[in-house]
Design a protein around this ligand. Structure first.
Ligand SMILES: Cc1cc2nc3c(=O)[nH]c(=O)nc-3n(C[C@H](O)[C@H](O)[C@H](O)COP(=O)(O)OP(=O)(O)OC[C@H]3O[C@@H](n4cnc5c(N)ncnc54)[C@H](O)[C@@H]3O)c2cc1C
Length: 471
């Protein structure tokens, strides 16, 4: 395809070709990622607007790239890929307890930058996830119990909405600006290009943690102790807002074992004092569980290192997907059946052994309160559910991922069967190709989202996962 008007671009850009096999950008998953017609790396808002003009002239759909971790984003010849890597602002305002974050900042950089100043904000558990990308799909974090999701904390978005308009939308905006703000909080894909957000930030000292460190109590169990492990997880009392608990199935690489060694890990993460942490995770100190475990420990982790243990999951490339759901309740039988299913599929499908299951619980009281108050019109669902269950499937090739499709569908079905009274819901951040969009929002909310999209992007320049006929 010949692109016309390239001379209007005053920033780095290139046309990927067959002779240059690398696309010029990398993504967490290569599934449905093909060469776009043009890659643009803007440095400022004028560059973004020039790219929008080019997209319009050349009938290209813009896919905006932040951290590249969206597993539901297709890229191909119909697209202009707008790589936001140069939007790296991080401006902490201690007086206002806010931080201004550029549209290309990733979690790890923000976490470390704020911690250097003694501050934190709620962030996802992967250092490589784009902060803005995560907010646009709600943004679940270990601090959900204290602050709600990331989209609850955000105060404003600066967004390029057309070739001649850049606006700042806030909770105090009115009319269609307010509608846009609400949609950006949780369903914000394809409404424009977000060059910066302002969100809340707090002193780490306000958490009253012992030595300003997060306490993580963990136990590991072998597969033969699955029932004991699940009981230990479910025996943890409903966490207080400062705590989140997670049960993970994973395989640890061991030389001589092609598929790694399966283990069940339980972690209780407390953003409070050591005494609080011990009270909250007392089940994980009890003899009956510790004796059966293969490993037990307590780590005191500085804020800037909170996500370090998940670093192996950040590698880009390969074929991957996430299937997840939010639940009110979960039981031993459901979890043990899910374990058998995961164990068998990760043994059977070549290259799938890195796939994991994570079931987590936080206290949704604050989340629910926010929904009944200032956050009520934001696009954030399932505010009354403590549990989330997900399987992250990681394969080397497309054939491996295909072979995992039924497993992923069954995983979600199985989890929901144990919580039959709840309407099926998941996080927009965990969208999956081919998923029924009503798993994210009801019909009414989807219709409102499409109305907002039509107001702000009438010509459909931006790719959106929420259109009935996605580009
Ligand atoms: C290993 C891993 C761990 C994860 N952990 C969590 C977690 O703890 N909590 C959670 O909620 N989610 C989590 N996610 C999901 C993640 O938040 C979403 O996939 C999110 O969309 C990733 O954003 P990104 O910028 O990295 O991805 P990208 O693929 O670059 O962006 C995704 C989409 O967001 C939009 N977008 C991104 N930046 C901009 C911008 N500046 N302007 C306009 N639109 C933009 C675009 O529509 C884009 O297509 C995780 C994903 C992975 C792979």
């Amino acid at each position: 395809m010949t692109i016309t008007g390239l001379s209007s671009l005053h920033c780095e850009h290139f046309i990927p070709s067959a002779e240059t096999p690398a696309l010029g950008f990398t993504r967490w998953s290569d599934t449905n990622i093909d060469r776009p017609s043009l890659v643009v790396i803007p440095e400022n808002e004028a560059d973004v607007q020039a790219a929008m003009g080019l997209a319009r002239t050349n009938h290209l759909i813009i896919v905006t790239g932040g951290g590249g971790h969206g597993t539901y984003v297709p890229v191909g010849p119909k697209n202009l890929y707008l790589d936001m890597r140069k939007f790296q602002t991080i401006l902490l305002d201690k007086a206002r307890c806010t931080v201004r974050i550029g549209g290309g900042v990733v979690t790890g950089d923000l976490l470390k930058s704020l911690a250097l100043d003694g501050y934190y904000t709620a962030l996802p558990n992967s250092n490589a996830v784009g902060v803005v990308g995560c907010v646009l799909g709600a943004g679940s974090t270990p601090l959900n119990g204290l602050h709600g999701v990331m989209a609850d904390m955000v105060q404003s978005f600066r967004i390029v909405v057309s070739e001649d308009s850049v606006i700042e939308v806030k909770a105090s905006s009115t009319g269609e600006h307010l509608s846009l703000f609400n949609a950006l909080c949780g369903a914000g894909h394809g409404l424009g290009v977000v060059t910066a957000i302002t969100t809340s930030a707090y002193p780490i000292s306000s958490l009253n943690m012992t030595d300003d460190k997060i306490c993580i109590r963990s136990l590991m169990f072998p597969p033969t102790s699955i029932e004991t492990a699940v009981r230990a997880f479910l025996d943890l009392s409903r966490p207080s807002p400062k705590v989140s608990n997670t049960l993970t199935f994973l395989r640890i690489p061991v030389s001589g074992s092609a598929n790694g060694v399966p283990v069940i890990a339980i972690g209780s993460t407390c953003f409070g004092s050591l005494r609080d942490a011990k009270d909250e995770s007392s089940a994980l100190y009890s003899e009956r569980f510790v004796e059966v475990s293969s490993k037990a420990g307590t780590d005191m982790v500085p804020m800037e290192h909170l996500n370090d243990r998940f670093e192996p999951q950040n590698k880009h490339g390969g074929h991957k997907a996430i299937a997840s759901c939010r639940l009110k309740a979960i039981d031993v039988e459901t979890i043990t059946t899910a374990f058998e299913s995961w164990l068998s599929v990760t043994e059977r499908v070549p290259g799938a052994w890195r796939s994991i299951v994570a079931i987590s619980r936080f206290n949704s009281t604050r989340h629910k309160e926010l929904g009944a108050g200032i956050g009520g019109d934001r696009f954030i669902e399932s505010r009354d559910r403590d549990f989330s269950a997900m399987t992250i499937v990681m394969c080397n090739d497309a054939a491996g991922l295909d072979a995992m499709t039924d497993y992923m569908t069954n995983f979600v079905r199985m989890m929901r069967a144990g919580d039959a009274s709840s309407t099926p819901r998941s996080f927009p951040n965990n969208l999956r190709f081919g998923i029924d969009l009503e798993e994210m929002f009801d019909k009414h909310k989807l219709a409102e989202l499409r109305r907002i999209k039509h107001i702000w992007d009438p010509q459909g320049i931006f790719w959106s996962p929420f259109m009935s006929d996605p580009a």
